[in-house]
Write a protein that binds this ligand. Structure first.
Ligand code: RIB
Ligand code: CA
Length: 329
């Protein structure tokens, strides 16, 4: 039976690849796309999400617009330097035909999870603002969500928007704290693996040669993303596989090596947006029987739930899986 998923997204060029791959899989049932700010302003991301479901006749899939700014802090910036002003490589595509679902993304997530208890996997590919807001508005969904499998964070690798922080977490660390602290099943597909899964120009050329609508669309929007990767990382046309790695994980988790440990998020200071993977369980404030640290003397302090963190991946296996999905007619 196909996995029911909601893709929360800030499309976004790599989001587009992840979403089109997911739409091509018979093993994933996309119940909806929910748009969030991040790679562009939320209105642009929502319109791009509509374009993606319309590209190959999936416009029966609802698209709901969500948060335009982080939970707590003002909107600082969006990723248009990476993905273009329009989020799709400055390609100025025609307006989508469809209309957005009238609900806020958070409400769409709440309604859908309550309608399918224990069956829905949330697949966040952008800042976690919509996900956190849904939890805050309706905590009942937390035990009813099957799993959260997100692209974001960096456990033991560098960051990509600061020396320590990954973009999705950096855009809204308070929301990320809500998601990693909540008592549900979370899997983090972060920079530890996504920066090591590289699509070379040769791979992309082979992909585009398939000529399907999906790969022709990706060929059209991708150059901007390749230019960014060359400007920052000197990658000569190659790109990191961030969001599409989540699609691969959902379909073939055996391609990833993971460990479980609590994750905490820095919400201030030089390490703003850093995901701290507490491998030795040392952040947990130990309880001093004479006086509680972080709590009253004698109060039992509960360690936060562990997150499943992808630390290594079978790069060739992931790339082959994505190739097969994206080139399907
Ligand atoms: O750090 C990479 C992440 O930030 C990806 O989700 C990309 O789309 C951007 O949102
Ligand atoms: Ca994204």
């Amino acid at each position: 039976m196909a996995q029911k998923i909601i893709i929360d997204t800030d499309p976004g060029i790599d989001d587009a690849m992840a979403i089109l791959a997911a739409l091509h899989s018979p093993d994933l049932e996309v119940l909806g796309l929910t748009a969030v700010f991040g790679n562009a302003v939320v209105d642009t991301c929502a319109q791009n999400a509509l374009r993606l479901v319309e590209l190959e006749g999936n416009d029966h899939i609802p698209v709901a617009k969500g948060c335009a700014k982080p939970l707590v802090l003002p909107l600082d910036s969006v990723g248009t330097l990476v993905h273009g002003r329009d989020g799709f490589g400055n390609t100025n595509l025609p307006e989508p035909c469809g209309k957005l679902d009238p609900r806020h993304a958070a409400q769409f997530i709440i309604d859908t999870v309550l309608a399918h208890p224990h069956e829905v996997t949330l697949m966040p590919l952008g800042p976690l603002t919509n996900i956190a807001l849904a939890c805050i508005l309706e905590p009942r969904i937390i035990p009813l969500v099957k799993e959260v499998v997100l692209m974001g964070g960096s456990a033991f690798a560098l960051g990509n928007v600061s020396p320590v922080a990954e973009a999705n977490i950096f855009h809204d660390p308070h929301a990320a704290e809500v998601v990693f602290a909540a008592p549900w099943k979370v899997t983090m597909i972060g920079l530890d693996v996504t920066m090591k899964i590289v699509m070379t120009p040769e791979y992309l050329s082979r992909l585009y040669a398939a000529g399907t609508p999906a790969v022709r669309f990706l060929e059209h929007i991708q150059p901007c993303y390749q230019d960014f990767h060359h400007a920052i990382h000197g990658m000569g046309g190659a790109i990191h596989t961030h969001d599409p790695a989540v699609t691969a994980y959902l379909l073939a988790p055996e391609l990833f090596y993971c460990e479980r440990m609590p994750v905490y998020v820095e919400t201030a200071g030089h390490c703003f947006g850093k995901t701290i993977a507490d491998k030795y369980h040392k952040i947990f404030p130990s309880l001093n029987l004479n006086q509680g640290i972080g709590g009253e003397a004698g109060e039992v302090l509960v360690e936060r739930p562990s997150t499943t963190i992808a630390l290594r991946a079978d790069e060739a296996g992931v790339l082959n899986l994505l190739f097969d999905l994206l080139t399907k007619a």
